[in-house]
Design a protein around this ligand. Structure first.
Ligand SMILES: NC(=O)c1ccc[n+]([C@@H]2O[C@H](COP(=O)([O-])OP(=O)(O)OC[C@H]3O[C@@H](n4cnc5c(N)ncnc54)[C@H](O)[C@@H]3O)[C@@H](O)[C@H]2O)c1
Ligand SMILES: O=c1ccn([C@@H]2O[C@H](COP(=O)(O)OP(=O)(O)O[C@H]3O[C@H](CO)[C@@H](O)[C@H](O)[C@H]3O)[C@@H](O)[C@H]2O)c(=O)[nH]1
Length: 451
């Protein structure tokens, strides 16, 4: 990619997890000088050594290439970060608070304070983490309290919409950019920062829409986008429940309604529901913030969205029990999938792992296999066994549950697998298999929302 030349701001990325590492690497790929910063020394050590600490297709190669050019470096030293950066991207985690629906902003606070107290010139702090509306104003207050008096620091909010599994592509070629700003200078700095993205789009005859807003709107764009996506999934999963009761097929229903362009065919895959480090916590934090703002009733539907989603996990467990004759106690169960979606090793709030836990709690002996997620899963759910391959997981199973739609599972051979299991029973928790194929190989097949 041609490096962009004039007036390139130097960038730091504070927090080098799924979002930050991808952002740092992608911005270096676009020609910027980037310093990635994290408090996790092991993570920084790996990144500096050219190893991506998580699974994200294509990221390893770009990391190594950009380390080699010298454009990309990593550190745990905030003083160095403050000296280096013109623009500081805040990409730290905003997980759900323990015992509450709300977002935990302690890492945002720590990152902002650590960097601004060391800034002596002019700089822009750009929030990328997903946060409750009002956070950017609070970050301004933190800066006023902690920055040296002579420093000139402004804030912008620039939410990120990347999807895991497509993170690099989404960063280099975003559907849109959102700039929540208060001043023309902040807008100009963001334009300079994203010039590489604009130039790549122009070279490919595309345009990247840029929506310039106030802080509150930018913050809300992010959580409302995720709420809409979560609602779409729970809508189709609610239809799935009705299809099950009525003997209809939700996959055909989704296809048919999706032809209406007003509805669209994407994000209508019924199954065991949404998980991950974003949608579940974001809809909960949004509800909590709306309560604080006195408009909780406006988002009551999001609690229904959450409940529909969680009910699907129990539905898979019930189907598995039904298939083995009523009780899972003492049965061997193969769980295929641990990551919350394919092409990721992320197991945060993963439906697959939640089901594995429930099946284990029901007294079954559970063997999990995920092509990339075993290691993270073992940390979260050490009570169950992990297999190194699909065949090893399925060996001797009374029922197989497909809970993450990895290609490897989609293309599994039902005839060959029949020789490995103890009983040919399968629950397709992602509606990703061809029922006819599996039934033809003598499997008792159950999908979600399918007759
Ligand atoms: N993962 C995604 O696909 C995605 C997409 C868009 C937005 N987001 C949002 O981005 C934020 C980060 O998500 P993530 O998935 O990358 O989380 P993550 O847990 O993978 O990464 C967060 C990183 O922040 C680091 N950190 C914590 N405190 C720090 C500090 N004081 N200074 C520097 N680093 C610190 C952690 O060590 C960790 O490496 C969240 O708000 C999330 O909602 C995530
Ligand atoms: O039709 C569908 C589509 C998705 N899912 C599930 O929904 C979850 C989320 O999927 P996806 O949105 O692709 O993954 P994320 O990487 O979590 O991305 C979401 O969350 C990010 C963090 O906020 C945003 O940046 C992205 O735009 C938003 O799509 C996963 O468990 C999927 O299995 C379904 O069950 N059915």
């Amino acid at each position: 990619m041609p490096p962009i030349t004039p007036q390139r701001p130097r960038l730091t990325v504070l927090g080098t997890g799924y979002l930050g590492a991808t952002h740092a690497v992608s911005m270096a790929e676009l020609g910027y000088d980037v310093l990635g910063v994290d408090v996790d020394e092991a993570k920084i050590g790996k990144l500096a050594d050219g190893q991506v600490p998580f699974h994200e297709p294509g990221l390893d190669e770009l990391l190594q290439r950009n380390l080699a050019t010298g454009r990309l470096r990593f550190t745990t030293d905030y003083a160095e970060a403050a000296r280096f950066g013109d623009v500081h991207f805040v990409c730290v985690g905003t997980p759900q608070k323990k015992g509450s629906l709300a977002a935990d902003l302690r890492y945002v606070e720590a990152a902002v304070v650590s960097v601004v107290k060391n800034i002596h010139g002019r700089a822009l702090i750009v929030g990328k983490s997903t946060v409750p509306v009002g956070t950017a104003e609070w970050v301004e207050e933190l800066i006023a309290k902690h920055a040296p008096e002579h420093a000139e620091i402004e804030v912008a909010w620039n939410p990120e919409f990347l999807r895991e599994g497509f993170a690099v592509e989404d960063t280099l070629r975003p559907d849109r950019l959102v700039f929540g700003v208060k001043t023309e200078w902040a807008k100009e700095m963001l334009d300079k920062t994203y010039r590489g993205v604009y130039e790549l789009a122009a070279a490919e005859d595309r345009e990247v829409p840029v929506v310039v807003t106030d802080f509150a709107t930018a913050e809300l764009v992010k959580v409302s986008a995720n709420s809409f996506l979560a609602t779409k999934i729970s809508f189709i999963n609610a239809m799935s429940e009705v299809c099950e009761a009525a003997g209809a097929d939700v996959t055909q229903l989704a296809r048919a309604i999706g032809y209406d362009l007003r509805i669209g065919n994407r994000f209508l895959r019924a199954g065991v529901g949404f998980g991950g480090g974003c949608l579940p916590k974001d809809i909960r934090a949004f509800r909590a913030r709306a309560e604080e703002l006195g408009v909780g009733a406006a988002l009551n539907f999001l609690s229904e969205v959450d409940e529909i989603n969680l009910r699907r996990r129990q539905r898979v467990v019930d189907l598995a029990a039904e298939l083995v004759g009523g009780s899972l106690a003492g049965k061997q169960v193969a769980v295929l999938g641990a990551a919350f979606k394919p092409n990721s090793d992320d197991v945060r709030d993963s439906p697959a792992l939640a089901v594995a836990r429930k099946v284990h709690d029901a007294g079954a002996s559970v063997v999990v296999y995920d092509p990339e997620g075993n290691e993270n899963a073992r940390r979260d759910l050490p009570e169950v066994s992990y297999a190194a391959s699909l065949d090893e997981a399925a060996k001797g199973a009374e029922v197989v549950l497909v809970l993450t739609e990895w290609e490897e599972f989609r293309h599994a051979d039902p005839v060959a697998l029949a020789d490995v299991v103890n009983a040919t029973r399968i629950v397709d928790g992602r509606n990703c298999l061809d029922p006819e194929l599996w039934r033809a190989a003598n499997w008792e097949y159950r999908g979600l929302g399918r007759p």
